[in-house]
Design a protein around this ligand. Structure first.
Ligand code: NAD
Length: 267
């Protein structure tokens, strides 16, 4: 599957993408790079889980401009450092809070430590990203966009997903509250809600040695049987929605969850 043909223009803009080394974040970062943005890739690992070339180097190879900043989004101070680093290029115009981890465990077997860790990355990380970016935009008196990565899990319950689905439900509400509070300051806040996307998310949390190898690829029949289109998405098929939500064509769109899910949300 190739990237879409819609062209976006982000020249002289700065886009921060957390979790930008791999999977969806990598595809999003590369599309912003192609669209002319300076891209700050923020991740706990520079080396992608699913490719050889680090994302910022791939963007540069393609003629774009990008940096990598080591950042564990569960630490708000590290997220603030990333936003501070972006000031060198003029400040964050687009903040993509995408870093996330996944665990599969039946509720009665799920551990509180694992729950806390998942929440720290998926929810506290996105909260810290929204807050740091919004403060920066307000300080500079500039408009901006925040795009969070939600999920079909923001709305649809799945067996074994107590912690994960709760975390993505929280992203939906974080997005809406942030949109409401920032609407009068020309800062739009939206979320992309992917369905099954063929990434290495199921490999677990790099920073948590106790996290098991949890699931096989999302393109396995077990995961795609409920998808009306009958397959998982390639990350490239999801990436364009982030650019749409961040571009001028979406200038009146805020607080929205855009499902990119092969029809999952129709059912
Ligand atoms: P992925 O594992 O390919 O990419 C996740 C990236 O986040 C990795 O580069 C990883 O190193 C990084 N990361 C993990 N913990 C981090 C931390 N504490 N700080 C900074 N970076 C961290 O997985 P993906 O599928 O591309 O996941 C990206 C986002 O998409 C996640 O929020 C995930 O919940 C969401 N999502 C994925 C799917 C899917 O089917 N793959 C569906 C819906 C939503």
């Amino acid at each position: 599957m190739t990237a879409g043909s819609a062209t976006y223009e982000f020249t002289d803009r700065v886009a921060v993408v957390t979790g930008g080394s791999s999977g969806i974040g990598r595809a999003v970062a590369r599309r912003f790079g192609e669209a002319g943005a300076h891209v700050v890739v923020a991740d706990v690992r520079e080396r992608p889980r699913d490719a050889d070339r680090p994302t910022h180097e791939a963007i540069r190879d393609a003629g774009g401009s990008a940096d990598y900043v080591d950042c564990d989004v569960s630490d708000p101070a590290e997220v603030e450092s990333v936003v501070e680093a972006a000031r060198e290029y003029g400040g964050v115009d687009v903040m993509v809070n995408n870093a996330g981890v996944y665990r599969h465990a039946p509720l009665v077997e799920a551990g509180v430590d694992a729950f806390d860790r998942l929440y720290a990355v998926n929810v506290r990380g996105a909260f810290a990203g929204c807050r740091a970016a919004a403060r920066d935009m307000l300080d500079r008196g500039e408009p901006g966009c925040i795009v969070n990565t939600a999920s079909i899990s923001s709305r649809y319950a799945q067996v074994g997903h107590a912690a994960y689905d709760a975390s993505k439900g929280a992203i939906a509400m974080l997005t809406r509250v942030a949109a409401l509070e920032l609407a009068g300051s020309e800062i739009r806040v939206n979320a992309v809600a992917p369905g099954r996307v063929d990434t290495r998310l199921g490999d677990g949390d790099d920073a948590d040695a106790s996290a098991p190898e949890s699931v096989e690829g999302w393109d396995a029949p077990e995961f795609t049987k409920d998808v009306p289109m009958g397959r998982a998405a390639d990350p490239e098929e999801v990436a364009g929605s982030y650019l749409f939500l961040a571009c001028e064509d979406a200038s009146y769109v805020t607080g929205h969850l855009l499902y990119v899910d092969g029809g999952y949300a129709v059912l």
